[in-house]
Design a protein around this ligand. Structure first.
Ligand code: LLP
Length: 413
């Protein structure tokens, strides 16, 4: 359960009025609920407690330092995919033994930095990458742990841009290549292959693909007499944006526990959206309304540069008023659009909402994952402010960008 609820006509984040935050910090603003983050983390941890799993929060879903610190402080590990994410992990003093590093295109300097920090392991996505990690480890006179990311060729019904476990996707290696890697592991003397890694996609609402991918992988290990220590089953757990009925943490655990138990392997997960998705909203202000032909446009002060999910994946985010009107009005079909000069710049289309007027504040729900993290400066728009709420207090987790920030590092000659 998230902690963005109405009390009377006012939307609250925990015990703070969202309108008060918007007044203090301006709009657009991302607002995160610390206790929702913790609640979601604890739910998963509790559901899988018999395995004492390592939950590595997927930094790419929300990399704000205040968010990372909240989770790291209660024992979360981190799933990283770049030197930049490693830098963030260091800033929040994440335990290196709880960091896993995935990604198909790791660069040499990134590999070296991660080895130096002493991460738990790399999720290796190709044989050439394994060779490079081996060379780097040798140079640093270290023995480095890795897991092989397997592409189990499992279909997932989610948006095609966020499915990763089909044979044609760029992620991981197929079973045949994995077998070759394990068979030739003696060649990689500075590397210890400790585990296998899976991540089959994101916003997955049913359990079959998870189960299928894990079963296929365990069968592969058994058939080939491969003995390792860890299975990392990645992230991907879907959440409620509107009417979805995803699995709960308990439902997920119920389905996979017996399989994992039999394998005897240590369990790692990399949840992103499950923890951060419904822990954040984006608040935006209505600038203008206009009617053209059959359409009612509401033009707000945030756009696809702030939240690209609707434009990129046709994602549906609930949009609600920060203050409900005194008397409920007839519902009108609106297109909620941003100020960016692109037709694809919208937050919602054909959305039935009560009457909206200039100056109203709207909350875009479920914006805690892949919201700010995917924002940009397109159209030279400074990025939004990020705020963290805990109980009846809030603080700015990242300042709104200024025009000066926009041109940092640029020169004219
Ligand atoms: N582990 C790996 C290796 C990943 O690539 C991802 C996400 C995760 C874990 C976390 O997945 P989650 O639990 O959050 O589903 N931008 C898209 C989602 C892209 C997901 C990329 N990988 C969106 O806004 O829906």
């Amino acid at each position: 359960m998230h902690r963005f609820k109405y009390r009377g006509r006012k939307l609250y984040c925990e015990d703070v009025r969202v309108a008060d935050i918007a007044r203090a910090v301006g709009t657009p603003a991302y607002i995160y609920s610390k206790n929702t983050l913790l609640d979601h983390y604890n739910k998963l941890k509790h559901a899988l407690r018999e395995f004492s799993p390592l939950l590595c929060f997927s930094v790419k879903s929300n990399s704000n330092l205040a968010v990372l610190k909240t989770l790291v402080d209660v024992g979360a590990g981190l799933d990283i995919v770049s030197g930049g994410e490693l830098y963030r992990a260091k800033l929040v003093k994440a335990d290196p033994r709880k960091i896993v590093y995935a990604g198909v295109g790791k660069k040499q300097n990134e590999i070296i930095e991660a080895i130096r920090y002493g991460i738990l392991f790399f999720n290796v996505e190709s044989q050439e990458e394994l060779e490079l990690i081996n060379r780097c480890a040798k140079r640093l006179k270290k023995k480095v742990n890795v897991a092989i990311r397997i592409n189990p060729d499992v279909d997932v019904s989610t948006h095609k841009y966020i499915t990763t476990g089909k044979a044609e996707s760029k992620f991981g290696v197929d079973f045949k290549t994995a077998k070759n890697i394990f068979r030739s592991s003696w060649r990689y003397r500075s590397v210890d292959i400790k585990g296998v890694h899976l991540h089959i996609g994101s916003q997955i609402l049913n359990l079959e693909p998870f189960e299928k991918a894990i079963r296929k992988t365990l069968r592969f290990l058994a058939d080939n007499k491969i003995f390792i220590e860890y299975i990392n089953i990645g992230g991907g757990l879907g959440i409620v944006y509107t009417f979805e009925k995803p699995q709960t943490a308990m439902g997920f655990a119920g389905r996979i526990s017996s399989i994992i138990r039999k394998s005897g392997l240590k369990l790692i997960l990399e949840p992103g959206r499950f923890i951060s998705g419904n822990s954040g909203i984006m608040v935006t202000k209505v600038l203008f309304r206009k009617k053209t032909g059959s359409r009612n446009f509401v033009i707000v002060d945030s756009g696809m540069n702030d939240l690209i999910r609707p434009s990129l994946y046709e994602a549906y985010h609930n949009i609600v008023p920060v203050t409900k009107p005194q008397k409920p009005s007839a519902r009108v079909k609106y297109d909620i659009v941003g100020p960016i000069c692109e037709t694809g710049d919208f937050l919602a289309k054909d959305r039935k909402l009560g009457r909206i007027k200039r100056g109203d504040l709207l909350a875009v729900m479920g914006a805690g994952a892949y919201g700010y993290a995917m924002s940009s400066n397109y159209n030279s728009r400074p990025r939004a402010v990020e705020v963290m709420v805990s109980g009846n207090r809030f603080f700015i987790g990242r300042k709104r960008e200024t025009y000066r920030d926009l041109v940092r590092g640029e020169t004219t000659r």
